[in-house]
Design a protein around this ligand. Structure first.
Ligand code: SAM
Length: 250
């Protein structure tokens, strides 16, 4: 069964966008994932099919109406097993662990905002999870939806060449990835690290782990501290487990 994405948007023509190409595009053709867009404009009100209105309390911009969104979502929901996500700069920052959670389910519903965003009552009433792709403001949820979809689709079975590629990537084990090198072995007087030419698999694995730790410590102290805390907790648990085993034997 394919992984299904339903997108509520004012700009359905923005989909599948770049996801119609390369690995995701092939996976779409092979129906590893399926896409349905739902044009919010079809649920617009009055002669002009209005979807938005001015904000109560004044201020610049327009806000997408809750009644329009509610009807559109009711019409779109076909099962309650997929999370409904609103792309929003106020949302929780998307993490690789969220991506793994979304990709391992049946799919997702995505709501793309525009203008100043959407009426708060709609989000509260429907208990919608807000997801941000970064601490910056885009002009609409569509590019954010495509980014979120891309991060999930590449994890679907068979989409990437080797499952191992995902296991060793940045964030999958709490660390940034080690550096990569390819031919030529010497380029502009720079040689690749000797160990990578040694054919010694254990030494290569150790070098990569060390490099991943160094890079994470230098570039992302936040990830490095979280990684160390996790290691301490795992070590404490394994001591407790071995103590319990020793006491059991005594
Ligand atoms: C111009 S933005 C609205 C920004 C909003 N007034 C604020 O200051 O938080 C319009 C839409 O783009 C989307 N968007 C903008 N930045 C985003 C981000 N970092 N992550 C996810 N979606 C984003 C949201 O769907 C949002 O409703």
């Amino acid at each position: 069964m394919s992984w299904q994405v339903d997108v509520l948007t004012l700009f359905p023509e923005m989909f599948p966008g770049f996801l119609g190409m390369s690995l995701a595009g092939r996976a779409l053709k092979e129906q590893s994932w399926t896409l349905k867009t739902h044009a919010l404009r079809n649920y617009g009100l009055g002669r002009h099919l209005a979807v938005d209105d001015t904000p109560f309390g004044g201020g610049a911009g327009m806000v997408i109406r809750p009644d329009v969104l509610d009807t559109a979502l009711n019409d779109t929901l076909s099962d309650d097993e997929r999370p409904v996500l609103y792309l929003s700069p106020r949302g929780r920052l998307l993490q690789q662990s969220d991506v793994v959670r979304f990709a391992s389910g049946k799919g997702i519903y995505l709501i793309c905002g525009r203008y100043e965003g959407v009426d708060e009552r709609f989000l509260e009433n429907r208990q919608i999870e807000e997801v941000s792709i970064g601490d910056y403001v885009l002009s609409g949820g569509e590019p954010a939806a495509l980014v979120l979809m891309d991060s999930c689709i590449r994890l679907l079975p068979g989409v990437m060449g080797s499952d191992q590629s995902a296991d060793e990537e940045s964030f999958s084990n709490g660390l940034l990835e080690y550096p990569h090198y390819t031919k030529p072995a010497i380029w502009n007087d720079h040689a690749v690290p000797d160990v990578l030419l040694s054919g010694h698999h254990a030494a290569i694995a150790k070098w990569r782990q060390d490099q991943a730790e160094i890079i994470t410590r230098q570039r992302r102290p936040d990830l490095w501290h979280a990684y160390q805390n996790r290691l301490h907790i795992e070590n404490d648990h394994s001591h407790l487990d071995s103590d319990a085993t020793c006491q059991g034997k005594a």
